[in-house]
Design a protein around this ligand. Structure first.
Ligand code: FAD
Length: 462
């Protein structure tokens, strides 16, 4: 027998539940299918658990620095990994339960548990249930990419999911991948007390950022004792007694290091390989991401794709914004588009990096004349007072229109302070308007007008 709904949502991640809320409130009957954990990656294996662990790591770090603040701990700082994990499980679990209970009690919403696969453009199979709907929304998310590197099947490795189950301290954690996920785990585990080495194939960390950002982050992590092996061109694995040997380079430097645990953090892949998309006529690109237009419509009429599975964003806020775009267009008669979104994100090492708009490299590639401002955190009062002066802030504006093109704040409070610039960009305010604001003292944000007031023509422009 086929169950029929007005709309069907595959995945209870960051877009699906909110969309179910809007569609049911509009009077539609909705079927929502989740195969595993309600709340998806962010709540269970991504943002929430990692930021909760990072908070524990920060507490340990600050405790070790206590004497710098005139505070005496009276002994060694110890980290109880079981308690750290229990705190993380509690925070994550509450959030997951909240999403699940919300959906379970949502009027006109039927929750199905199991793996969904299309059997036709309007029908999905979930276990014994066949479910049909005129409109189908895919919010299937992604998972860790397991790279096809030599020897990978001969050793036990961790992903962002399995490392969250650890309740003991690795003796030496080797993190393969020097981007957002890898860096957060690297610093966190170093602060918990493990030896940590980051192994990265390219010459610098987070290569999509500007070089000065990569260099500063490297400095910050190295100062805490995180070892780096960049330019590791020949990454391979082999068992070595109780340890795992990771091969690095075939040409220069120590060819191999050994560690007790290896975390693979080399990227993500979409959960689209087992969705039966061919039965629905939904096109994917070469990497498996569902191809969508500017309003999140797939190649199949009546089917939308939201969140990480469409490859147009890789964050919780982009997945949620996909929901906002689809809901506004379907229910509110608006015409919102993906291309209206200004990219913004944070990297939650400590101090964090808040990023919006273009990098300097991207802004230069547009060929327009630029104004660029830069200020080290050593000249930000709030950072000095907190004893956290690593990093810098920078901003870029179009020299002719005065529109802000991008900014980065790598420094204490950078993940929050960057929103002043993000909001100004969304409001399409010229940077000169921000200079008239009267910011609160002492904050990191109060230096933003100063930073903008001090912008100089980009020396790279001829
Ligand atoms: C370690 C880590 C840290 C992160 N930190 C941050 C951060 O600090 N800030 C941030 O913005 N982003 C962060 N992210 C990214 C963020 O988690 C994702 O961008 C976000 O969760 C994407 O949401 P989504 O709704 O697209 O997919 P998901 O959250 O992945 O949800 C998809 C859901 O669909 C379900 N599903 C998949 N296939 C099927 C199927 N066939 N049938 C039924 N159900 C299915 C899955 O079980 C899952 O519950 C982090 C990611 C990781 C891995």
């Amino acid at each position: 027998m086929t169950n029929t709904h007005d709309a069907l949502i595959i995945g209870a991640g960051q877009a699906g539940p909110a969309l179910a809320g809007r569609l049911t409130a509009a009077g539609m009957s909705v079927g929502l299918i989740e195969r595993k954990l309600f709340g998806g990656t962010c709540v269970n294996t991504g943002c929430t658990p990692t930021k909760t662990l990072i908070a524990s790591a920060y507490a340990a770090h600050l405790a070790r620095r206590a004497a710098e603040y005139g505070v005496s701990i009276g002994g060694e700082v110890a980290v109880d990994m079981k308690a750290v994990k229990a705190r993380k499980d509690m925070v994550s679990g509450r959030s997951r339960d909240g999403v699940e209970s919300w959906l379970e009690h949502m009027e006109r919403c039927t929750v199905y548990r199991g793996h969904a696969r299309f059997v036709s453009p309007r029908e999905v199979q979930v276990g014994e249930d066949r479910i049909a709907a005129k409109q189908i929304f895919i919010n299937a998310g992604g998972r860790a990419l397991i790279p096809d590197l030599p020897g990978i099947d001969r050793v036990a490795t961790l992903t962002n999911t399995s490392i969250l189950e650890l309740d003991t301290l690795p003796q030496h954690l080797i993190v393969v991948g020097g981007s957002y996920i890898g860096l957060e785990f690297a610093q966190m585990y170093r602060r918990f007390g493990a030896a940590v080495t980051i192994v990265q194939r390219s010459p610098r960390l987070i290569a999509r950022e500007d070089e000065d950002v990569s260099a500063s982050i490297k400095q910050i992590l190295e100062a805490e004792g995180v070892a780096m092996r960049l330019n590791a061109k020949c990454i391979h694995f082999e068992p070595r007694g109780a340890e795992i040997a990771v091969g690095l380079d075939c040409a220069a430097g120590a060819p191999v290091i050994a560690g007790s645990h290896v975390l693979l953090a080399v990227g993500r892949r979409p959960n689209t390989d087992d969705l039966g998309l061919d039965k629905a006529g939904v096109e994917t690109d070469a990497r498996g991401y569902i191809v969508v237009d500017d309003e999140l419509r797939t190649s199949a009429p009546g089917i939308w794709a939201l969140g990480d599975c469409n490859g147009r964003g890789a964050f919780t806020h982009t997945a949620y914004n996909d929901f906002e775009i689809v809901a506004a267009n379907l229910l509110d008669g608006e015409r919102r588009r993906l291309s209206d979104r200004i990219p913004g994100y944070a990297l939650y090492i400590d101090p964090p990096l808040g990023r919006v708009g273009m990098t300097l490299a991207q802004a230069r590639a547009t060929g327009r004349p630029l104004l660029v401002g830069r200020r080290p955190m050593t000249r930000v009062g709030r950072a000095i007072e907190k004893g956290e002066t690593q990093g810098f802030m920078m901003a870029i504006a179009d020299a002719e229109t005065h529109q802000i093109l991008g900014a980065a704040i790598l420094g204490t409070g950078g993940d929050e302070a960057i929103h002043g610039i993000l909001d100004a960009m969304n409001a399409k305010m010229p940077y000169t308007a921000l200079q008239r604001a009267v910011p609160i003292h002492p904050t990191v944000s109060e230096l933003i007008p100063t930073l903008l007031g001090d912008m100089k023509p980009d020396p790279a422009h001829d």
